[in-house]
Design a protein around this ligand. Structure first.
Ligand code: ATP
Length: 357
């Protein structure tokens, strides 16, 4: 099922939770709704589900206006962060629940229900705990059962609101890989709310970046990470160094250093900020004729495959973070307090936007 939202607005009193949001969710794809707390992700999800009504705009399911369709008719499955399973029912009965409460004319036979639940428990790889009760499960197992329960009624849309939010980092990582595999098997159009950028970039086919009730960007994980549409997106999707200065005919002058900014060849003397990811900085030992920004190494943190360097600019004392392979760090044999030169290998310059991150 394709989902489209058009010009959605939602106010809570004076507060605008969603401000003219238009988006498309292609059939069979997994979309992540990503953004800081309070940006409107859950509200948008609830509007798509039919649990909340927009003040303006429409939701189209397979091209048809869904505003008159009741939640039940929208064929939506939900999984929430704290999705309460029925404590007094076994895992098996929890998953069977949606099938048992169907109107008699649509209800499968007992044998069909048994078979369906068995299949679903196999799908989430928990068929071996069918007879347990929810308090006897781990958090990760509970979320998988919640997903099996949502899938039992064969929804055409699956909405997941921070489904792994309450779990620890390691379990979260396992479950997100698992969710991706499950999605590849089932191809249900799914929307997944998260405020964890790594989770969104790893799991989703497309990512929607939201900020203050508006859409900042929609794209593939690669597009939003490598071609961010705004300073907000750049800052939200990872660590970043900011080089403030002025751009003129394709060159950003920042603290006495000239950096190439070819995207802005036609700009004449405007205020600008260069955004550089820590791993896009070249780091060398200082020599008088080396080109780049002169810095002092304040601290190095070299555990695992990468070394993180905290560098202080000599011209304005601003901090720069660089990440280089640990192997190269070892070869350079750097010492704290040493003078170095850094040069951006890749930089994204936004003109006259200031910094809002
Ligand atoms: P989080 O990641 O913290 O869950 P979110 O992006 O999902 O945030 P929403 O839950 O959609 O954000 O809320 C968006 C804004 O609307 C918030 O500022 C919230 O306080 C406000 N809001 C949501 N529901 C209501 C409501 N029923 N009444 C009043 N304000 C609300």
């Amino acid at each position: 099922m394709t989902i489209e939202v058009q010009h959605i607005r939602k106010q809570f009193g004076q507060f605008t939770a969603l401000d003219d949001v238009s988006l498309q969710f292609p059939d069979g794809q997994l979309t992540a709704l990503l953004g800081p707390s309070g940006c409107g992700k859950t509200t948008l999800l609830r509007i798509i589900a039919g649990l909340e009504h927009p003040d303006a705009g429409s939701v189209l399911l397979d091209g048809h206006d869904a505003s008159r369709r009741h939640v039940r008719e929208r064929q939506v499955g939900f999984v929430f962060q704290h999705y309460a399973l029925f404590k007094h029912m076994t895992v098996f009965e929890n998953v069977a629940f949606g099938l048992r409460v169907k109107p008699r004319s649509e209800r499968p036979s007992e044998a069909q229900i048994r078979q369906k639940v068995k299949q679903l428990l196999e799908l989430v790889q928990l068929d071996w705990i069918a007879d347990r009760y929810p308090p006897q499960l781990s958090g990760g197992q509970r979320q998988r059962i919640a997903l099996a329960r949502a899938l039992a009624v064969e929804p055409r849309v699956l909405l997941l609101d921070e489904p792994f939010g309450a779990l620890d980092a390691k379990v979260r990582k396992e479950l997100r890989r698992w969710l991706r595999r499950l999605h590849d098997e089932l191809h249900v159009t799914s929307i997944f709310v998260t405020h964890d950028q790594e989770e969104a970039l790893e799991v989703a086919d497309q990512v929607v970046l939201m900020n203050k009730g508006r859409v900042e960007q929609l794209g593939t994980p690669d597009q939003v990470y490598n071609q961010p549409a705004s300073p907000f997106v750049y800052g939200f999707l990872g660590n970043v160094n900011l080089f403030h200065g002025r751009v003129h005919e394709g060159v950003l002058a920042s603290g006495g250093v000239e950096l190439e900014a070819p995207q802005h060849a036609n700009v004449a003397d405007a205020q600008a900020v260069g955004y550089v990811r820590p791993h896009d900085l070249e780091v060398e030992r200082y020599t008088p004729d080396a080109e780049g920004i002169v810095v002092t190494l304040r601290r190095a943190h070299a555990i695992g495959p990468l070394a993180q360097l905290d560098l202080e600019r000599q011209d304005n004392a601003e901090l720069i973070e660089a990440v280089i392979p640990n192997e190269r760090y070892g070869k350079l044999a750097l010492k704290e307090g040493e003078k170095l030169v850094v040069r951006p290998r890749r930089m994204h310059v936004f003109v006259d936007e200031g910094s809002n991150i």
